[in-house]
Design a protein around this ligand. Structure first.
Ligand SMILES: [Zn+2]
Length: 137
């Protein structure tokens, strides 16, 4: 009996990974790094304080310490749930470091407060952060 080795990854899956990698690279190149701090600076409590946050600032939000320092490689974050957007479309994603991407998933309340998460299929609220057009969900 002839046995051929199993392909570890299907051709379809390889193509999906490649398109996703191209999308992530485009998002990282466009945004130039993690936008978590920029979005945190749009919080009312930060704007009212009058002093923009830095990676070394302390931010307490709803009794929780919010870590502002980035960690890990930059990645693409979809503010809308990925089932509602094309995961290969750079327009539906913003750049976050892998730490802040995970943090937003753990603290969705902070994500919704800053616009890093949106409900439904809304596109990211850029709030003029990246020079792109402002899109409202
Ligand atoms: Zn970050």
């Amino acid at each position: 009996m002839k046995r051929s080795p199993l392909r570890p990854i299907s051709k379809k899956r390889q193509d999906q990974r490649l398109s996703r990698a191209v999308c992530v690279a485009a998002v990282v190149a466009r945004d130039g790094g993690c936008l978590f701090l920029a979005y945190a600076n749009t919080l009312d409590l930060v704007r009212e304080a009058g002093t923009p946050l830095t990676p070394f600032s302390g931010l307490i939000w709803n009794g929780r310490h919010i870590p502002l320092k980035c960690w890990g490689p930059p990645t693409a974050h979809e503010p809308a749930h990925r089932r509602n957007v094309d995961p290969n479309d750079p327009a539906s994603a913003i750049c976050l470091c892998s730490f802040h991407n995970g943090f937003i998933e753990d603290e969705p309340g902070f994500g919704y407060a800053t616009g890093l998460l949106v409900r439904g299929n809304g596109l990211p609220l850029r709030k003029g952060l990246t020079g792109d057009d402002d899109r409202v969900s």
